[in-house]
Write a protein that binds this ligand. Structure first.
Ligand code: PRT
Ligand code: ZN
Length: 286
């Protein structure tokens, strides 16, 4: 029987939508019924397991799952024998220390001897040990932000994204302990056949990621400006230049980096470009 790549994703929560979207963009098609715990892809030798995110590192270490999609914060906290094989760029957040707004804070030493409420005991302990600060750790699994107000700790260490949860609980972020994003993890001892399937999937993921960071750009320009425009738009090899129906004009097609296309557009307009279209790319194979 053909081997299946067993992929663990979060059953429900912040990672689920983007994890499934990514697998679908990589060409995997599968049914994911609401209460399903396991499903098989129709067109790729893969099986998808729906699990609590906290359990994914253990399952991957035990090779119950071959790979998993999980937050880096959970990977670091769980300290399992697994490795990050790809960073996915979604579910970005940071793990931070926060104290009640009115409390004085003059660096981590202000926490000496105090209790910290957190769902990330290993990470925060290591962070403070390295800085020579001794604290008590009060491990709680949720609603960490209310801990100081009910006497469960002088500070908290929790995930922050916009910061509005801290604000509405009267807390102030004082240290970033780590930054995080969704990642793919695998066992360092993954078997050869599974590794081959994993690499096939990773190649597709990289193509999807590249496409997301790039845009396809089309524009019209007077022939006198084509050379200058081509010089500033390297594209994948070099831009495509096609004559337009209107005498003396050309159409230029190229790929631009998402991060700098606004800057490019200003320069292009100065050079006489018109009718600039920027469209998404679905996949990009270099
Ligand atoms: O049920 P299961 O155990 O699978 O899920 P979960 O409840 O443990 O995790 P979930 O779905 O909340 O988060 C999964 C992962 O998403 C986390 O491990 C992070 O890697 C990532 N992530 C990204 C976040 C956030 N952003 C986030 N904002 N995880 C949690 N939060 C929470 C945070 O705990 C706090 O309560 O949102 C609140 C803060 O948000 P802001 O925007 O108010 O700062
Ligand atoms: Zn969880």
């Amino acid at each position: 029987m053909e081997k299946l790549l067993k992929i663990a994703v979060q059953k429900s929560g912040r990672l689920q939508d983007n994890s499934l979207k990514l697998l679908k963009e990589c060409g995997l098609s599968f049914n994911n019924g609401k209460n399903q715990l396991k499903t098989q892809a129709f067109n790729f030798p893969a099986e998808i397991y729906f699990l609590r995110d906290d359990d994914i590192p253990q399952y991957v270490e035990d090779r119950v799952a071959d790979i998993g999609i999980v937050g880096e914060n959970v990977v670091v906290e769980k300290e399992k024998n697994i490795e990050i094989v790809e960073r996915l760029g979604f579910a970005k957040c940071r793990l931070s220390l926060a104290v009640p707004k009115a409390d004085t804070y003059e660096g981590v030493s202000s926490l000496e001897g105090k209790n910290i409420a957190t769902s990330y005991p290993n990470i925060i302990k290591k962070f403070l040990d390295e800085r020579g600060v001794k604290v008590g750790i009060h491990e709680i699994s949720g609603s960490v932000e209310i801990a100081p107000s009910i006497g469960l700790g002088a500070a908290i260490c929790d995930i922050v994204s916009t910061g509005s949860t801290l604000l509405s609980n009267g807390l102030r972020e004082v240290e970033t302990v780590m930054t995080s994003e969704a990642v793919i993890v695998a066992s360092p001892d993954i078997e050869e056949e599974k590794a081959a399937l994993m690499n096939k999937l990773l190649f597709r993921i990289q193509s999807v990621k590249k496409a997301q960071n790039n845009k396809y750009m089309l524009l019209n320009a007077p022939n006198s400006a084509v050379d200058s425009i081509v010089k500033m738009l390297p594209g994948m090899k070099s831009p495509t230049v096609l004559p337009l129906g209107t005498e003396g004009w050309s159409s230029i097609h190229t790929v631009v980096d998402e991060n700098d296309f606004w800057d490019r557009i200003d320069q292009l307009k100065e050079l006489g470009a018109q009718g600039i279209l920027v469209v998404p790319i679905e996949k990009m194979i270099l």
